[in-house]
Design a protein around this ligand. Structure first.
Ligand code: FES
Length: 173
């Protein structure tokens, strides 16, 4: 995994989102795990499909967001994007969502799945995500942080509930 492009590295490890803009290539850390290898394959799929418009059109699934008012919004989600990207690109109106820009520091991207959909998400939460989830508002057994959930084909038709409130783990920042 050495010599990754900056964008690919940030996709694999979003907590390094603030890596220098002047850096064009970075060396992967030595603690590469099966999780990182799986995420690398999803991220490669994302970046390899970006050079062709027709391919990009096909590489989407339908996702439904249910707001706290009960309104249901259908959006197109690109394979390899995370749910923070999906919310921002589709202008889904969620108060304070993604305040730390995917660096796993705020818990404002908290989203809730039904049990069946939660169980079919391709990746399980990491210990770091679980620690941050503990600080989320309206936490449930099927909660995830949107910035850590990568869109895959298996997620087509999935329904996601927006919590009734938001808590920013960074306090008043
Ligand atoms: S956007 Fe801050 S933890 Fe996900």
């Amino acid at each position: 995994m050495a010599g990754l492009s900056r964008n690919l590295f940030r996709c694999i490890l979003p907590q390094f989102a603030n890596i220098s803009r002047t850096t064009t290539s970075v060396t992967a850390p030595t603690f590469v795990t099966e999780f990182h290898r799986h995420r690398l394959s999803l991220c490669k799929e994302r970046f390899s499909s970006s050079s062709s418009a027709p391919k990009l059109q096909k590489a989407t699934v339908n996702i439904y967001f249910v707001t706290k008012d009960g309104d249901k919004h259908q959006v197109k989600a690109k394979l390899g994007d995370n749910l923070l990207d999906v919310v921002l690109e589709n202008d889904v109106d969620i108060d304070g969502f993604g305040a730390c820009e995917g660096t796993l520091a705020c818990s404002t991207c908290h989203l809730i799945f039904n049990k069946a959909d939660y169980d079919r998400l391709p990746e399980k939460p990491t210990d770091e995500e679980l620690d941050m989830l503990d600080l989320a508002y309206d936490l449930s057994d099927t909660s995830r942080l949107g910035c850590q959930v990568i869109i895959s084909k298996d997620m087509d038709g999935i329904e996601i509930r927006v919590p009734s409130g938001v808590a920013d783990a960074r306090g008043d920042s």
